[in-house]
Ligand binder design. Structure first.
Ligand code: ADP
Ligand code: ASP
Ligand code: MG
Length: 412
């Protein structure tokens, strides 16, 4: 008998019929003798609808009230799923994040989990209940409702699994595992039997939204066995999904590249003609950091006649704010011009096998060159190479790289 935490995402609970399917799947796990905690998201589209509603009241919604509103989506789903379970004879009880006591910090709309009180859940499990918990939400020390950022139900599930020392955390979604790249963009993408935590962290942080990055961080830190599976497969015919593993567990030879991630949510800013002197990077990026804007890639070009150009990327939603900040600092740093481009995209190849193979970068650059795709920025780490390109070439770039690195072929 195992203790299992299952998480069902928005599409998986997108209609009453789908919620009933989830109930049947949960019941089948319980019938096999397992203890089951279920974490659910809001029904698909609901969180977007709630955010849009809030924006009709305030163009820049108050973040505390935003969380009061956004957290309601999940509250509806826990009640519905509990009823569906009762409807098929399964004892079930729902909890909001606050009722469990998922304690978070007070960073509204992007709160971090501090601790989880497992008392209520354990007691109910001991009494034969399926416990249904609202994902994406918690409560801060002062009792305010908080939310964990988009996709945060994944993190709720993993954190609850860690707190309960669950045997496995199963993330049920609308694809049957983690693929070599987003199967919606590349139909030839293949499901991976397994992927290492390190690779999954890179994939998630570089734009593969199948798992929220913090959920992967948490799972790695607390050694939670994490699996991604489909909720849309017939009961009894489910595949194995994708297991997120520690590198040592994988005995096979690693492929050089495991996957391709991409992100459209970035914009590039360039400060042209700045004096090439010590402290200039700080003078440009200091005010951006003070405004709480995350900077991703940064490049400073080689100087010419004492002048240089400086470029960096920010989340696309912060483009206007970052541009306004640079317009302000332009004068006192002596820059000639500020240029911006919010139609860029970042494409990344990820793989732990990169450590022991040379020539990955040149193969990536050659493949893009052959398609006439210009690379605007490059950044690398031990297990990934990212490039910034014009957004209009994104899908083409992902497709040709997927083929060039043989990701459409089953590993030998
Ligand atoms: P949920 O609502 O269940 O949390 P999400 O929409 O957040 O689901 O995540 C699942 C989606 O992630 C898939 O439908 C797929 O389009 C997308 N995705 C992006 N990259 C990948 C990948 N490498 N493997 C699988 N799915 C991916
Ligand atoms: N409902 C939230 C969102 O749409 C959380 C989640 O689905 O994971 O972002
Ligand atoms: Mg998600």
């Amino acid at each position: 008998m195992a203790l299992i935490v299952q998480k069902y995402g928005g599409t998986s609970v997108g209609s009453p019929e789908r919620i009933k399917n989830v109930a049947r799947r949960v019941a089948s796990w319980q019938a096999k003798g397992h203890r089951v905690v279920v974490v659910v998201s809001a029904m698909s589209g609901e969180t977007n609808r709630l955010i849009a509603l809030a924006k009709e009241m305030q163009t820049n919604p108050d973040s505390r009230e935003m969380d009061v509103i956004a957290s309601t989506g999940e509250q509806v789903t826990i009640g519905l799923l509990s009823m569906a379970l009762m409807g098929i004879g399964v004892k079930a009880r729902s909890y909001t994040g606050g009722q469990v006591r998922v304690l978070t910090d007070s960073a509204f709309t992007k709160a971090r989990i501090v601790s989880i009180d497992e008392g209520n859940i354990m007691r109910d499990l001991d009494n034969g209940y399926v416990v249904v918990v609202a994902g994406f939400q918690g409560v801060d020390g002062a009792g305010n409702i908080t939310t964990l950022g988009r996709g945060g139900s994944d993190t709720s599930a993993v954190a609850i699994a860690a707190a309960l020392k669950a045997d496995e955390c199963q993330i049920y979604t609308d694809v049957d595992g983690v693929y070599t790249t987003d199967p919606r963009i590349v139909p030839e993408a293949r499901r991976l039997e397994s992927i290492t935590f390190e690779e999954m962290m890179e994939m998630a942080s570089l734009g593969s939204k199948v798992l929220q990055i913090r959920s992967v961080e948490f799972a790695g830190k607390y050694k939670v066995k994490l699996r991604v599976l489909s909720s849309l497969e017939e009961l009894g015919q489910e595949g194995q999904g994708t297991l997120i593993t520690f590198e040592d567990d994988i005995m096979m030879e690693q492929p050089t590249i495991s996957g391709i991630a991409f992100n459209r949510d970035e914009a590039k800013l360039t400060v042209l003609g700045v004096p090439d002197r010590p402290g200039i990077a700080y003078q440009i990026l200091g005010p951006v950091a003070e405004a709480n804007i995350d900077v991703d890639m940064i490049i400073q070009n080689i100087g010419h006649d004492g002048m240089t150009d400086f470029s960096f990327t920010v989340p696309r939603g912060e483009f206007a704010r970052a541009t306004a900040i640079l317009d302000q600092v332009k004068g006192h740093i002596g820059a000639r011009q500020i240029a911006g481009d919010n139609k860029i995209a970042k494409v990344s190849v990820v793989g732990v096998g990169m450590r022991s193979h040379v020539g990955i970068a040149s193969k990536m650059f050659r493949t893009l060159a052959e398609e006439g795709i210009n690379i605007q920025m490059i950044s690398t780490s031990e297990i990934k190479i990212s490039v910034v390109i014009d957004e209009k070439y994104l899908e083409l770039a992902v497709r040709v790289l997927h083929k060039a690195f043989d990701l459409d072929q089953a590993p030998a």
